[in-house]
Design a protein around this ligand. Structure first.
Ligand code: HEC
Ligand code: HEC
Length: 475
């Protein structure tokens, strides 16, 4: 979670490298010879630099590349006070008028302490009460997590959005496609005033900008489903048992993680016979919504920090409680977890599933996944190693791009992001003392090698070795 070195450059260097407002220039990171590089690199620039004539924020204000495209309180604490993320905290707007975004735009206390962002998911008619507070999802592996269920598997979402985005699957207005999210996010987060008038408070994106940002977002992270969980073997014994527990072995009750997060992704297991009260038992792999009811937990951090119950978040549409299954592989290094950052460690996240759900209204629901305490730790170890493996894979891709780049900016940015991935892998393993005597030293060595002039090839080899020390894949 280290911030870029570039951020610490002095003001003189910033004149050369920084955009107005201090944001760092977003280099294209795909070498020109890669398929789609031109559009994706353009999308990246728009994502990190374009303010759409709004309040100064960009998409990257909440989805920074060196923090897995998400925000957490620790990361937020590294931002300068004048970062546009904090527009709601400014005392005076332009020309000394009162800040038009001071009320009903963000809840600054909950943003800083819990990383929550205000969303008017049911429209902008009742700004005073009509809002929810949500965490920022990472934008990784989105290519694998957009598939809406078929009519047979209709999961209670009326007129399902064409693609599944956002925590509740209805993040984007218009037709709910990923590309509609750009317009939706500009209106929600980039506006100068709460009137939200296109052409006055912000400008709408052009068709080219929409296509470029969509291509950029689809290029992030995993491009295909992860390996078959029944075929791989984890070399760490606890993680290996966690794999079996994840698949349902040893469960006392409930349904396995794998039913809703098939092979660690966001889609359903096509072979699992879902009980009809959970979701239609249609045998297909699609990104369905469920009602785990995290938002109603008693004593959740949002309520505890604000001293009063957070506004009820009713999920998809109105009053459905439905939330969209996110991917699991990418999760471990993007704490806190769930749609309002309800828990902040991997172990606590698995415990949510394994414990009784005692709700604000006094209701007590049974555990979703009947794991015992040891099994909770096993599944968490499994998720941590999977995430470290994915970080290593991603770092390898970035380092290859660094080698293929035709300019120094491209090379530097790929190396910077590769280091962030390696640091994430170290963090998720070390927090649970996993692979401390083989993989951890290799990752540390890779970081040292990247400081040297010609260290890229060696660092890549070390990362390949690290992956092989964590997971055995069928050849
Ligand atoms: C102020 C913070 C903020 C800004 C700025 C922001 N987002 Fe987001 N983004 C969020 C939050 C919070 C969510 C979760 C929304 C929900 O669940 O309804 C989200 C969700 C998303 C998703 C859905 C991801 C998924 O996994 O389904 C996409 C795509 C996205 N944002 C793209 C963008 C784009 C493009 C921009 C720039 C126009 C942008 N965001 C600007 C906070 C922000
Ligand atoms: C009935 C379907 C279902 C089952 C079973 C299930 N999940 Fe989930 N999972 C979801 C849904 C829906 C969400 C979104 C919840 C929310 O935030 O409201 C979610 C969220 C998550 C997240 C949060 C990701 C993030 O970025 O914050 C992780 C990680 C996760 N699940 C892992 C697991 C694990 C591990 C298990 C087994 C112990 C499991 N899930 C079992 C449906 C399920």
């Amino acid at each position: 979670m280290k911030r870029s070195r570039i951020y610490y450059l002095n003001a003189a260097a910033c004149v050369l490298l920084c955009m107005p407002g201090g944001a760092v220039m977003a280099n294209g990171i795909l070498p020109a010879s890669y398929p789609g590089a031109q559009l994706i690199n353009a999308g990246r620039r728009i994502f990190f630099e374009e303010t759409f004539n709004g309040n100064g924020r960009t998409c990257g204000s909440c989805h920074p590349a060196d923090n897995n495209y998400t925000l957490d309180p620790q990361y937020i604490s590294t931002l300068p006070a004048d970062d546009p993320l904090f527009v709601a905290e400014r005392h005076h707007g332009r020309h000394g008028r009162n800040n038009p975004l001071a009320e009903n735009f963000e809840k600054p206390g909950l943003m800083r302490k819990l990383g929550l962002i205000l969303e008017n998911t049911n429209g902008f008619d009742e700004l005073q009460d009509g809002y929810t507070l949500r965490s920022v999802p990472h934008l990784l592996a989105m290519r694998t997590s957009l598939q809406a269920p078929s009519a047979e598997a209709a999961d209670g979402t009326q007129s399902p959005p064409v693609e599944r985005t956002g925590w509740s699957g209805d993040g984007a207005p218009l037709e709910g496609r990923l590309k509609d999210f750009l317009t939706g996010a500009i209106r929600q987060h980039l506006t100068r005033t709460l009137n939200r008038r296109p052409g006055v408070d912000f400008r709408l994106p052009t068709d080219y900008e929409i296509a470029a940002v969509e291509a950029f977002m689809l290029s992030l992270g995993r491009q295909r489903e992860y390996d078959d969980f029944r075929q791989i073997r984890m070399r760490n014994e606890k993680a290996e048992r966690g794999r079996l527990n994840y698949l349902g072995e040893g469960l006392a009750s409930g349904i396995p993680c794998n039913a809703c997060h098939f092979n660690g992704g966001a889609n359903t297991d096509p072979d699992f016979a879902f009980p009809a009260d959970i979701t239609p038992p249609a045998y297909e792999s699609s990104n369905r919504s469920f009602a785990p009811r995290v938002e109603e937990l008693l004593d959740q951090p949002g309520d505890v920090i604000s001293g009063e119950p957070m506004p009820f978040d009713d999920g998809f549409g109105q009053g459905t409680n439905l939330f969209n299954a996110p991917t699991v592989i990418e999760a471990a290094d993007t704490a806190p977890f769930f749609h309002a950052n309800q828990v902040d460690t991997v172990e606590a996240m698995v415990s949510f599933y394994a414990t009784q759900r005692h709700l604000r209204n006094g209701e007590v629901l049974p555990p979703i996944v009947g794991l015992n305490g040891s099994q909770v730790a096993n599944v968490a170890a499994f998720l941590r190693v999977l995430n470290a493996d994915e970080n290593a894979r991603s770092a390898i891709v970035l380092l290859q791009q660094a080698k293929d780049c035709d300019n120094a900016g491209c090379r530097r940015e790929n190396k910077r992001l590769a280091r962030a991935e390696i640091n994430d892998a170290l963090m998720v393993l070390q927090a649970a003392s996993l692979h401390y005597d083989d993989v951890v030293p290799l990752l540390q060595k890779a970081l040292r090698q990247l400081k040297r002039r010609h260290g890229i090839a060696r660092a890549k080899t070390g990362l390949e070795q690290a992956r092989a020390l964590m997971i055995v894949r069928p050849s």
